[in-house]
Design a protein around this ligand. Structure first.
Ligand code: PGA
Length: 269
């Protein structure tokens, strides 16, 4: 069974006290769900093991979130951004070496909200190379704007975004680990999610381009207004390797519902 990623992107939300309140409840409910299913012999262990549940939290929350990840192996913690140099005079930045030192294994990079603040493809490939050097998995976001989609330029834009990054990844072995997230800009935080057919088509295309760039078995997630109602249809396509969830990850009950939807699909396999 292929791995399915469920990544919550908390963005710039959640104070440390909120983190404690969130995980206290999320983990109780997660364990209750899993144990009830196990008692009824209603769930396959391989299904549980296939779902990788990851929370991309603000730096300030990492210490607290890590306390929970240390006691529950079914959740992991990611960064939302990183700098591309390990140490030095870069006021306000956080390095891959620092993330590594507290056992962070993933970092989102190139999120459209950061691109809007001026982040370029060069920044993104530099960050990807720096993360890979420390064995941290880059989760690279790509996606077209509303205008580009209306002008039917989606594929052209996606190809350009991928090539500008992938052609500058130094280590051809470690690049196999990179995860991509297809996030159409017009679907992020708008409540207007991309239809599963369109997401499927674009993700198949992204995978084709990534194969041309040397990634043998590319992993591509969908993100953009995912919630408990629409999560299932993306996973059912079998081509989409998981979900990057913003707004709906801030409520632990909603996020658990999305987890349950994924389990239901995989448990049938
Ligand atoms: P959203 O955000 O789920 O709130 O649309 C997704 C993202 O920005 O990663």
């Amino acid at each position: 069974m292929e791995e399915i990623y469920l990544i919550g992107n908390w963005k710039m939300n959640m104070l440390p006290a909120d983190v404690l309140a969130y995980f206290d409840k999320f983990l109780i409910n997660l364990r209750k769900y899993i144990n009830t299913k196990k008692e009824k012999r209603d769930i396959k262990i391989k299904t549980l093991d296939a779902v990788k549940t990851i929370f991309a939290v603000p730096y300030i929350d990492m210490f607290y979130a890590n306390l929970y990840a240390n006691e529950e192996k079914r959740i992991e913690i990611a960064a939302q951004n990183v700098f591309h140099i390990d140490e030095g005079s870069y006021t306000g930045e956080v390095s891959p070496l620092m993330l590594k030192s507290i056992d962070i294994k993933y970092s989102i990079i190139g999120h459209s909200e950061r691109r809007k603040m001026g982040e370029t493809s060069k920044d993104i490939f530099q960050k990807a190379n720096a993360l890979l050097k420390h064995n941290i998995v880059p989760i690279i976001c790509i996606g077209e704007s509303k205008d580009e989609e209306e002008k039917k330029k989606t594929k052209e834009v996606l190809k350009k975004q991928i090539k500008e990054i992938m052609e500058n990844i130094n280590d051809k072995n470690s690049m196999q680990k990179i995860i991509f997230a297809y996030e159409p800009l017009w679907a992020i935080g708008t409540g207007k999610h991309c239809s599963k057919d369109k997401a499927n088509e674009n993700i198949l295309y992204i995978k084709e381009v990534l194969k041309e760039e040397g990634i043998e078995n590319p992993k591509v997630l969908y993100g953009g207004s995912v919630n408990a109602e629409n999560a299932r249809e993306y996973i059912e396509t079998k081509n989409i390797d998981g979900l990057l969830v913003g707004g709906a990850s801030l409520k632990h009950t909603e996020f658990l519902k999305i987890y349950v939807e994924i389990i239901k699909v995989l448990n049938k396999e």
